[in-house]
Design a protein around this ligand. Sequence first.
Ligand code: PLP
Length: 374
Amino acid sequence: MQEDHEGPWLFTPGPINTARRTKEAMLRDMGSRDADFIAMTGRVCERLLAVSGAGEDYVCVPVQGSGTFAVEAAFGTLVPKSGKVLVLVNGVYGRRIARILAVAGRQFTVLETAETAAPAGADVARALSADPAITHVALVHCETTSGILNPAEEIAAAVAKSGRRLIVDAMSTFGILPLPAKSVAYDALIASSNKCLEGVPGMGFAIVKRDVLAAASGHAHSLALDLFDQWQFLERTAQWRFTPPTHVMAALDAALEAYMAEGGSAARLARYKRNCEVLVSGMRRLGFRTLIPDRQQAPVIVTFESPADPRFRFETFYGHLRRRGFVIYPGKLTTAETFRVGCIGAIGTEQIEGLLAAVREVIAEMALTLAPAV
Ligand SMILES: Cc1ncc(COP(=O)(O)O)c(C=O)c1O
């Protein structure tokens, strides 16, 4: 993958490594009101909708900014001021949704599980029947904090059965683990350009049920993050409401082209799964332990327990790997000393093997004692 790659290999949850052609797509300046860019916006939104598999009842609304901007726009717009959200929390990004709701002045309640445990449909059903004021449920599909995959189908069934609405943060699964709108009846899915689609950072988007969005006029607490207004402006003019991230869109356009050429979600998932398997088995051979059980591990990012050896310091480990051209990620868990390694982006098993060889060298350099599994 990428013979002429420059710079370090990123084993992170985004920004991730992008293909050369994706980067090259940004070498052209485009006028935001020009016909070429208007056509590009239409094409990218159509393709994102197609990737979601959501069908004709849904629309795609792009939002300037990072993924959080799109999450904030979606919750602020789709949850009315009289609404109340049950937020399923097992990591940072669930907690961030609760914070967004607090800032937006929406009522919410939290159902929290450990960072290493997924919420269960039965617990969601119980929480919903105990509180009739709840109108919406917020779910993070893959909680990137740990890499755990939350059971969307089971939770969506509990939400649908109780007649509430579901909003899913699919930031780190969009493009590899589709959520069919038929079995996971959601009002909105939110994701961004710079994860499994392998674009560059700078925009998010929401796949939203058209009738739900059409009824959301005046809900938003923010001008810039009003998804309804953004959609209406796009519908009327085919243009973005405010300055669009033209280069980011050009990169995403090229990244989507490459995504389809690779074989769409099945092929990309297969590559990431291979990356994940080679990473996990190689790290286990070196003596590292994973935090999340294999059956709940999304092939997105893997959390490893920091070795017990007192000579292990993440900053030193990171620095030695960085000097060899590999960037890993610190842990984000509140309960355990960990670090993370991403499997997504324009990387393959060759890069994973390269990282494993570097880790082996760094273990020797730091004189770490690990207990390799036999
Ligand atoms: C599940 C999830 N939600 C939200 C976000 C926030 O996205 P951003 O950092 O682009 O604002 C991330 C980022 O990694 C994520 O993984």
